[in-house]
Design a protein around this ligand. Sequence first.
Ligand SMILES: Nc1ncnc2c1ncn2[C@@H]1O[C@H](COP(=O)(O)OP(=O)(O)OP(=O)(O)O)[C@@H](O)[C@H]1O
Length: 599
Amino acid sequence: MKDARLVTGHVSTVDQAHAASSRPRVFRRLLRNPAGLASLIFLVVISLAAVFAPLIMPHDPATIDIHAVLASPDATHWLGTDGSGRDVLSRLIAGGLVSLTAAALAVGVAAAIGIPSGLIAGYYGGFFADGATWIVNLLMALPGIVVLLAVRSVLGPSLWISMAIFGILMSPAFFRLVYAAVRSARSELFVEAAMVSGLRDSAIIARHVLGAVRGPIIVQTAILASITLAIQAGLGFLGFDDSTVPSWGGVLTDAFANIYRQPQLIIWPSIIIALTSVAFALLGNALRDELGRTTTRRRGAKGQVEQTSVTRSASLTPLEPGVLLRVAGLRIGYPNSDGMAEVVRGIDLEITRGSVHGLIGESGSGKTQTAWAILGLLPSTARVFAGSIQFDDVDLLDRSAVSGVRGRRIAYIPQEPISNLDPSFTVGSQLIEPLRSVLRMSKRQAIARSLELLARVGISDPERTFHSYPHEISGGMAQRVLIAGAVASNPDLLIADEPTTALDVTVQAEVLDLLREIQQDSGLSILLVTHNLGVVADICDHVSVMKTGQIVETGPVEQIFNHPSHEYTRELFGSLIDEDDVRPTPEPSPSRSDLAVTR
Ligand SMILES: Nc1ncnc2c1ncn2[C@@H]1O[C@H](COP(=O)(O)OP(=O)(O)OP(=O)(O)O)[C@@H](O)[C@H]1O
């Protein structure tokens, strides 16, 4: 069952990663897509004609010729003349600039409002999201045409004002799309990993979240441009635009007015508007085909993790010498229909400097909740209603304090290595990112440090791994990469949550050896969350046994293994006999003989 889950997850991630890695080739693939290529060529030609209109128009589009009113197409006026004797071809060419600019204005206004608000609301949630959603619902409920009529009666007929208002009315389309995509991207493990690595929210949004919504935004823009062009022509027909400025809508209006006297006039603006709208829609579809695979991202195995809203409840006292982390009387709960479901029920835990402390217990016993509480990354719905977490002299229940040490003095190694790497970026790019923004290294320094770290975690070809995408490396290598990233800042405490669960048995052994070697070389402390007594026996100095939110037994590994005092611990030992995933004794690996993390 566990294997099936892992295999499924791996395939999914690889597929996405593969799609993501080919993003730079999206444009080339678009050119190979017949509909994409045709629509792109058409739109480029139309845009160039609009921009260079003064050079290619055969007549002045505003010149009225009362001797040639509603003339049929001939050698002088290729598409005939309108009701005022103006050259239709020239007016269509000149109107292209107005119509395309007006469409761009509406889409630009919609994007400028909808995208940032969707990003902020999706990423932070809370009051802003509630308020923004309320406004969006209001905008969607407004009858657009009535609003435009009201604006016209107050400000007069102006295509630009009408399109700007129309842009505001269309902004919910962007908001809802971006909001949903960001909520989804927000729960990706690689976004959580970026938070744990200490990156600022703005950097996470710009790099990981915006990347996830970029595809849908491009597609939505193309579709809205198509709609806006049609609407713009309709507005002209209803008399919302300025009749002195040539536009496709204006030409269409004139053609309708003279439909019985010169029916062919209706053909030209209709064709150009329809073709341009279709070209935008086809381009959007082609882009969606190329980018679509990268937009549906797999949700992480853990629940959605947000900045925790915790309540401090205990004052801190100095830690005894040698103690690095002290958790005292910690209680965590989640509101439910019965009041509060307590998932961590008053635990005490001490981690001494330079030791490996195992936190073991059955699934659901509260191990991960304890680890996330230490990292300050509990879900927003979690309530810490008693206790304290003190790391050196830092109160980890203080949000601003914990973000100051997370990614610097406290690092984290997750359970599913591949899912914790963003498939859109190379390994190297993800390693240098926190080094640059958290440790303020120059790009050159960060690259050198990353290569050095990759070598030190036993990767035989650091240069190649550095330039690889996550789907191009194995799970074991990905975990080594994450370990390299975690120890990059020379942390004092490393929290490893089931770091070997997603790996096969031989790789598990290698990763455990690596962790132990790094710990011994650098003297950092490790809190190792696991459900595997074999892992505890392998590398832990101390162990705390958790059951239903409580620590039932704690002490040196030898003591607990030789003289387990709690019945539950004895049961765990009983089950160990049945376990088939106890690691074999590893062969010494020459590639890691030179492991040493510089401090
Ligand atoms: N967001 C949440 N809302 C409500 N309950 C939650 C939430 N997250 C976790 N829990 C509950 O908290 C309890 C402890 O979960 P936790 O993830 O810490 O268990 P665990 O010991 O790490 O288990 P595992 O080894 O399976 O990861 C579980 O009963 C779980 O259902």
